[in-house]
Design a binder for this molecule. Structure first.
Ligand code: AGP
Length: 611
């Protein structure tokens, strides 16, 4: 996610901004920049650079080059526009007199940009943030706060903003909606930050801005108003966190933080793509002619991204009636795959740098396939080499074990399946509407699952000492089990495998003995009776069963399973997005109880760029 820092006071601003940004590096970024008031010249001095923060700091000699006591800084996690100097923040208005740093996504930026272009406003970047700077200037008639208020009333989406105007060198404006933004209260100085980490060294007295708030920061203090420009008083709280804890937002591990961030990540991923009952994929390059001739879909990925593909196969085949193959990147390259110009190749990768997946992409392209990738890291190699990329906008994922990237990839692939079916005319209007409604319910229902995480912690405390755990399920639940099993293996080091539960009797059931733990996944209602029989099958051989099902089937499952995890009902297209959360939490709590290094498991890397 992007990081914002602002300072206005008596000291040199640039060193404070750079130090504050260094405290936000953990959020992940690909470029950085600062803007300060150049009091002597009566203008804004803006410096920004792609790459690590050190690149910018070296250019500014640690900030010594910029003589100013007020400014804003930014580390950018690219969403709109690849990482580059010109796309870095701060973004400035055409006159250069207004500078903006932003965290979030402006959902209607395209329409606003078109409007401003029609007014003759020139643009230099691909970012949604530049639209904010240009729109504020469009409304500016001498009162910067009023211009900001008028611009924000036309903006849809999530934003945390820091705004400078050269005509008002003794103030910084802040605005917040959906993306967190914090105000810091110092002696003769004021601060702005994405999270307390950036300013904890200077002050522990902070205000958490509320949605719709605007704030004016001066050396004398901070005033707040609401979206109607009415003055409001916001609480000042004392932060007692240590810096390291704050970097994880107060959570003990990045993995847990990212599990908890999933509702927000899904909102960022989905809300710009669903509007007025329609699915909107900007710049979608799949022509109607290609779709009409599309004979096959190949999904290529590794690890958890492969598991996303395994779920996607069920959805895509059922909805589009086109054959779908799912291949591991490392296998695809050596299997002489049947790919031609009528094949849609969906490449899935959180990092966008996995070598096995990248190599498969290049081979698929050589064979004539149309490459559509689902990626989290903007401007990554896989994104750059695809014909079309759908970004998950999950924000940076620090923990090696993927969670929010998995759920946003899965939600996006499921949305793509629904969109394809709509384009191909293979889904009824009724199912289309029901499924689309479910996408909008998903974040809220995921919050319900997270609210009951203590139940999962209890189950983990019962089962964390097992040395081998099976995950069984059918259809969507089987594909879900693959991910649940991997999560457990990679952070708790417990041997585990996922099995199609109908397949157990063909050999593997010989391993089931007294005390074996089986996680039985029965969320997919259509096959619930079959999974019940499989539960009885393993119970009769002495297994302990921890089941997962929907609230509808909880009572029935509780009659035979030893313990039951439940999720709310939701359209089957989104069942795995919801069902994976108890499995992520189970893996996390088991690993916690086994004292494992959860964020950095042994032998693993966040991005596997070797063959
Ligand atoms: C998942 O928890 C693992 N970290 C790993 O399996 C990962 O999914 C795999 O390496 C693929 O990474 P990618 O999505 O960045 O391509």
């Amino acid at each position: 996610m992007c990081g914002i820092v602002g300072y206005i006071g008596q000291e040199q601003a640039a060193p404070i901004l750079l130090e504050g940004l260094s405290r936000l590096e953990y959020r992940g970024y690909d470029s950085a920049g600062v803007a300060v008031f150049d009091q002597a010249a009566g203008t804004l001095a803006v410096r920004k650079a792609k790459g690590r923060l050190q690149v910018l700091s070296d250019q500014l000699h640690g900030g010594a080059d910029l003589n100013s006591t007020a400014g804003v800084g930014h580390t950018r996690w690219a969403t709109h526009g690849a990482p580059s100097d010109v796309n870095s923040h701060p973004q400035v208005s055409r006159s250069g007199r207004i500078a903006v740093v932003h965290n979030g996504i402006i959902e209607n930026y395209a329409a606003l940009k078109t409007f401003l272009l029609d007014q003759g406003v020139p643009f230099t970047s691909e970012t949604d943030t530049e639209v904010v700077a240009q729109l504020i200037e469009y409304f500016y008639e001498g009162d910067i706060l009023s211009a900001v208020g008028r611009a924000l009333r036309r903006i849809q989406g999530a934003y945390a903003l820091g705004i400078l105007c050269a005509d008002f060198p003794d103030q910084i404006i802040a605005a917040r909606k959906d993306s967190p933004l914090i105000l810091g209260h110092g002696e003769g100085c004021s601060f702005l930050a994405s999270d307390v980490t950036a300013i904890l060294r200077h002050t522990r007295r902070v205000t958490y801005m509320e949605d719709g708030d605007l704030a004016v920061l001066t050396r004398e203090g901070i005033t707040c108003c609401n979206s109607l420009m009415q003055p409001v008083r916001r609480k000042v709280v004392q932060v007692d966190w240590e810096v390291d804890a704050a970097e994880k937002g107060g959570y003990e591990h990045f993995m847990f933080k990212e599990i908890m961030e999933q509702p927000e990540a899904l909102r960022r991923c989905l809300s710009p793509r669903i509007s007025k009952g329609e699915i909107i994929f900007e710049d979608m390059a799949l022509s109607k002619d290609f779709l009409r001739r599309m004979s096959r879909i190949y999904i290529v990925a590794c690890g958890s991204s492969y598991h996303v593909g395994m779920v996607g196969k069920y959805h895509l085949e059922r909805l589009t009636r086109r054959p779908v193959e799912v291949a591991l990147g490392s296998e695809f390259r050596y299997m002489d795959p049947i790919v031609d110009q009528h094949t849609l190749v969906i490449v899935i990768s959180q990092s966008g740098e996995t070598l096995d997946t990248m190599a498969a992409l290049r081979q698929a392209r050589q064979l004539g396939g149309h490459i559509l990738s689902i990626v989290n890291v903007v401007g990554s190699s896989i994104a750059r080499e695809s014909d079309q990329v759908l970004y998950t906008w999950a924000g940076p994922e620090i923990a090696v074990a993927t969670t929010k990237a998995y759920t946003t990839q899965l939600a996006l692939l499921s949305l793509l399946a629904l969109w394809l079916a709509r384009e191909l005319g293979t889904v009824s209007q009724e199912e289309y509407r029901a499924a689309l409604a479910a996408f909008q319910e998903l974040p809220g229902k995921l919050e319900q699952v997270l609210a009951r995480r203590d139940d999962i912690q209890y189950f983990a405390s019962k089962y964390f000492n097992h040395n081998s755990i099976f995950f069984i399920g059918r259809n969507l639940d089987y594909a879900l089990g693959l991910e649940g099993s991997l999560k457990l293996k990679e952070i708790s080091y417990i041997h585990s495998e996922a099995y199609a539960s109908g397949e157990l009797k063909h050999g593997t059931i010989s391993l089931i003995e007294e005390g074996t733990l089986v996680v039985a996944l029965g969320a997919y209602s259509r096959l619930f009776p079959k999974v019940m029989s499989n539960v009885l099958e393993v119970k009769s051989r002495g297994a302990g069963v921890l089941a997962l099902t929907t609230q509808t089937h909880q009572e029935e499952m509780a009659r035979i399973a030893d313990a039951v995890m439940t999720i709310p009902e939701i359209h089957e297209l989104l069942l795995p997005c919801l069902g994976v959360v108890p499995l992520q939490l189970f893996a996390y709590y088991v690993a916690l109880m086994r004292g494992c290094d959860i964020d950095k498991p042994r032998n693993l890397a966040k991005s596997v760029t070797v063959e």
